[in-house]
Design a protein around this ligand. Structure first.
Ligand SMILES: [Zn+2]
Length: 473
């Protein structure tokens, strides 16, 4: 058996953690979070650094079987004495239970990469959409949580230990669906005035709901997250889709990037055909972070020859990631003696910093950002409002990997107007083979709408946009 390292490493302080540690919050969260609060602590693992040397060739349609050798939970199970067949059987058993519970899917299946004809015609570039709307619970969120559920199962963590999450949207629905399928209790922390239909659906799935109004004693930030932290402090397991709360959540989400890499390789006919740009909507940031992890695995193992330019997309209602990118890039430009460039277009900033000559200044800015988090990322001050309600997180929890990925691929963040978000939804949900997604689900495409209107894309470009989040009642 290949020897694969299972230690997790904190991206912020470099401490390593064993995956079977059972101390407070282990192995989900860096043990130094309280000791060094201004460091961006996120526990990380990636298969290639850990010793995986081959891209998987399994042809299962279930991504958790097909890409299992790129998953931490797989190697953890093997290290605990399970066989390859045991792991496949575990995934199949859980998947059958999920299919019985879920009203949106028949369990996990590789989701399609679809040519978006209406968008191609309107934007004048070759538009492809990776559609996760037919995934478990109607979005990509269940991917993140399936990785965690598999971790709990291979470690045989008792189902009497409750799970906890803060969300009242796609993440909560995914968490409650997987918890029910895994016969585990879940505490869902929801805002006051949460959508009645979602609340009803969560109740039907057997979730225990806690409404979280903002308390006078609360610090800034989302009160649902504060109550979630209290539940975790009382012993609940963080069944969360934010890397800083549970670093392993990125691992399951990476299957989306693994699928996309294989699909891009097929699309081009030969390797060498990477899309010019990848657009990803950003709320908490785990979707983009996990997708880039998956694509980086594919790059390292020779499936794709390069990464596309990454464009994150937020709404004008809340854009803390764009603010962080601006601060990191300003620091790098200043040390290069080009602070004046910060007033030029974002493409000029991106082009200056992706150049090899900027490498040292960029690395210094990354290190500074990782160790001075509050100067780059803090909760959005205004009450966030947008038609894309699912990307209104007042903080981009998984921000650093996205800022780094944008700068190193020559991409930049896009703040979409409400009009662009509406137009993107119309484009994605019309034409032949329309998507069935809400404005959050198609928000990535609003980034392409904005670039098209600014005349910043060439007509020979091929772009990919992630569509995730089915339109519900
Ligand atoms: Zn740390």
């Amino acid at each position: 058996m290949t020897r694969v390292q299972l230690q997790l490493r904190c991206a912020g302080c470099a401490v390593t953690v064993e995956p079977t540690d059972s101390g407070a919050n282990a192995p989900w969260q860096c043990p130094n979070v309280k000791r060094a609060p201004n460091v961006d602590h996120v526990l990380q693992w990636d298969p290639v650094s850990a010793g995986v040397t081959e891209w998987p060739t399994d042809e299962s349609l279930n991504p958790f079987i097909r890409y299992r050798t790129l998953q931490h939970n797989y190697w953890l199970g093997r290290s605990l004495g399970g066989t390859d067949a045991d792991h496949v059987a575990l995934v199949e058993r859980l998947d059958e239970a999920i299919a019985n519970v879920d009203t949106y899917s028949n369990g996990f299946r590789v989701t399609p990469l679809v040519s978006a004809e209406a968008a191609t015609e309107a934007l004048g570039v070759d538009v492809w959409t990776k559609r996760d709307t037919a995934n478990v619970a109607g979005s990509h969120k269940a991917r993140h949580l399936m990785g965690l559920l598999l971790h709990l199962e291979v470690r045989r963590i008792s189902n009497r230990t409750p799970l906890a999450i803060a969300s009242c949207g796609n993440a909560a629905l995914a968490a409650a669906t997987l918890a029910k399928a895994g016969r585990r209790q879940i505490q869902v922390h929801i805002p006051s005035g949460a959508d009645a239909w979602v609340v009803e659906r969560l109740r039907l799935l057997g979730a225990s709901l806690t409404e979280c109004p903002r308390l006078a004693t609360d610090p800034s930030g989302d009160p649902c997250i504060h109550r979630f932290h209290e539940a975790v402090a009382r012993g609940a397991l963080p069944f969360a889709v934010q890397g800083p709360e549970n670093g392993l959540t990125i691992d399951g989400g990476a299957t989306l990037g693994h699928e996309l890499a294989d699909q891009l390789a097929m699309l081009g006919g030969t390797i060498g055909d990477v899309p010019d740009r990848l657009f990803v909507q950003v709320g908490g940031g785990a979707l983009g972070t996990a997708t880039m992890r998956g694509l980086r695995d594919a790059l390292a193992l020779g499936v794709i020859p390069a990464l596309p330019r990454l464009h994150t997309v937020q709404s004008e209602g809340a854009a803390p990631l764009e603010r962080a990118w601006r601060k990191v890039t300003l620091r790098a430009l200043t040390s290069l003696g080009h602070a004046d460039l910060a007033d030029d277009g974002d493409d000029a900033i991106a082009n200056a910093l992706v150049d090899q000559s900027a490498r040292a200044a960029v690395d210094e800015a990354f290190l500074h950002a990782l160790t001075h988090r509050s100067q780059y990322m803090w909760p959005w001050e205004d009450e966030p409002i947008s038609i894309a309600t699912g990307i209104l997180d007042d903080e981009t929890y998984d921000w650093f990997t996205l800022v780094r990925a944008m700068i190193t691929t020559g991409g930049w963040p896009i703040v979409a107007t409400e009009r662009a978000l509406e137009r993107a939804n119309q484009l994605a949900c019309s034409g032949e083979n329309p998507a069935d997604a809400d404005e959050t689900g198609t928000a990535s495409l609003a980034g392409a709408v904005m670039l098209h209107e600014a005349g910043m894309m060439n007509e020979d470009e091929r772009i990919v946009s992630l569509i995730t989040g089915v339109r519900r009642n």
